[in-house]
Design a protein around this ligand. Sequence first.
Ligand SMILES: Nc1ncnc2c1ncn2[C@@H]1O[C@H](COP(=O)(O)OP(=O)(O)O)[C@@H](O)[C@H]1O
Ligand SMILES: [Mg+2]
Length: 328
Amino acid sequence: MAQEPIRIGLLVGREWSFPPAFIEEVNRRAASTGVIAEYVKLGGTMMNEPVPYRVIVDRISHEVPYYRSYLKNAALQGVRVVNDPFMWTADDKFFGASLLTKLGIPSPKTVVLPNKDYVPGIKHDESLRNLIFPLDWWDLVNSVGGFPLILKDAHGGGWRDVYVIHSMEELWHHYNHSGLLTMIIQEFIAWDEGLYARCMGIGQEAVRVMRYDPKQRYYYPEHGFDPQLAQTLHDYTLRICQAFGYDMNTAEFAVRGGVPYAIDFMNPAPDMDVNSLGRGHFDWIVRTMADQMIALALGPTSTADNYKWGALIRPQPQVNAPSRARGG
Ligand SMILES: Nc1ncnc2c1ncn2[C@@H]1O[C@H](COP(=O)(O)OP(=O)(O)O)[C@@H](O)[C@H]1O
Ligand SMILES: [Mg+2]
């Protein structure tokens, strides 16, 4: 009797190029690997519902919160979720900048600001007694090196709410319109002509260094960096992916005076579209995602060891139901 295949599930949004290419690539190898890939189908989930997948590749739970809940349950059942839903829920650009500095990877000086607005029910004089008011704006600005600086959402993505700021008036204007967001200000890294990179890390093992033009949002087919710089970009990217436990991630670097500064390095659902990446990068990503996800599907299944947050989901001894008080 033929053995049941091991399954990789895919959760996707509107993207049309990566998902079918990935599924086709995994299934093309199924006869020799015993692993297949398919779209996950969901319609409401029972707690502790068993999950028929060994690995789930998640491209969209940041926009479909039910999927995030489903994935945390899946992690608890021993599924390797790419990327770790617990870490993804917790990451932000301020924490990231602090972590990278601890790891010895250059990143722009960064300050997180108190929120501008609050949910209804927060009364400034009663609910916010821990906050100093007014803020010492010059002190905050000087601590990231003055103007120009970057103001952006600590939880942002896709270039939403990113501003280059040249004056206090501009800073106040955009801060005053930031609403409930948590904004950071950051040293502006003016990169040397053409020296900007976006690097794709897959499986905490494989890295593709790509030269990128953020103004045109264009990936060059060949990076053309000198080998030493390319090696540093490779090593930093790998280190970052390992630190966050992210199995697919892009890290952006602006190179100033020969030093690559990590600008944006937590992208747990990175751009994998053939039209933006170009054929060469796209084919590498499809092939490498297949290699790495199949390896994960065939790897050890210990839930706790799969995650940075393993302690949370390490199997616990069952708590005995309290014995009923007698009598009464
Ligand atoms: N500290 C910075 N110095 C220089 N440019 C920056 C800095 N932060 C962001 N940028 C520019 O803004 C773009 C968007 O910011 P990023 O942090 O990547 O936000 P998102 O997560 O929305 O992509 C970057 O690609 C880069 O071109
Ligand atoms: Mg970015």
